[in-house]
Design a protein around this ligand. Structure first.
Ligand code: PRP
Ligand code: URA
Length: 209
């Protein structure tokens, strides 16, 4: 069973509240998403393996630890996932970035894949799939299935806001994938929107509505 990690750090909670506010404009929304994604990435990368190295400080030789060359990739689900990439990359600048394009059919709410470009060595990498919204979970579940078909075995999912339905869907379809969220909201409404949520993340991020 995958583990659900809810990031209840006060800074994250505060910034999520600012993002939820309908008065928050595109510029602030974008900056907040980037900041929260970075703060969350601190936890998402907590289990990166370390190795011991010997270095020379100004005082003496010392044994110390560095990340042991583990290969990472960040995979945003287009469009809204793009808003999470820079924040994460500011912590792990050597990570590669893959893209997976899905949109949710507004009538069926089923995900439709329209783009996929992953690093060539994706099967050797630990992947962090990112999308601010986990609603029905259909998009994230499909994205993870597409990625697994291309050989990737180690996947984590980082989202901002999740509905209980989305979490249950990922845990059912992908019990090997741990989920990191800033908030678990109450429910989905009849249009598949998260309540209270923050509205349409892609539109608020790119100012398209
Ligand atoms: C949103 C969001 C997720 C998806 C979540 O994307 O960014 O990808 O909906 O819904 P689900 O869990 O029910 O699948 P949307 O389809 O609106 O596309 P966009 O990012 O291009 O706006
Ligand atoms: N996609 C969004 O952008 N917001 C929601 O609340 C649900 C799906």
């Amino acid at each position: 069973m995958s583990t659900l990690h809810v990031m209840d750090h006060p800074l994250i909670q505060h910034k999520v509240s600012l993002m939820r506010d309908r008065e928050t404009g595109t510029k602030d929304f974008r900056e907040l998403l980037e900041e929260i994604s970075m703060l969350m990435a601190y936890e998402v990368t907590r289990d990166l393996p370390l190795k011991e190295v010997e270095i020379e400080t100004p005082v003496c030789r010392a044994k110390t630890k560095v990340i042991s060359g583990k290969k990472l990739a960040v995979v945003p689900i287009l469009r809204a996932g793009l808003g999470m990439v820079d924040g994460i990359m500011s912590l792990v600048p050597a990570a590669k970035v893959g893209h997976i394009g899905l949109y949710r059919d507004p009538n069926t709410l089923e995900p439709v894949e329209y783009y996929c470009k992953l690093p060539a060595d994706v099967e050797e990498r630990d992947l962090i799939v990112v999308d601010p919204m986990l609603a029905t979970g259909g998009s994230a579940s499909a994205a993870i299935s597409f990625i697994k078909k291309r050989g990737c075995k180690s996947i984590k999912l980082e989202c901002l806001i999740a509905a209980p339905e989305g979490i249950a869907r990922i845990q059912r379809d992908h019990p090997d994938v741990d989920i990191f969220v800033a908030s678990v909201d109450e429910k989905l409404n009849d249009h598949g929107y998260i309540v209270p949520g923050l509205g349409d993340a892609g539109d608020r991020l790119f100012g398209t509505k």
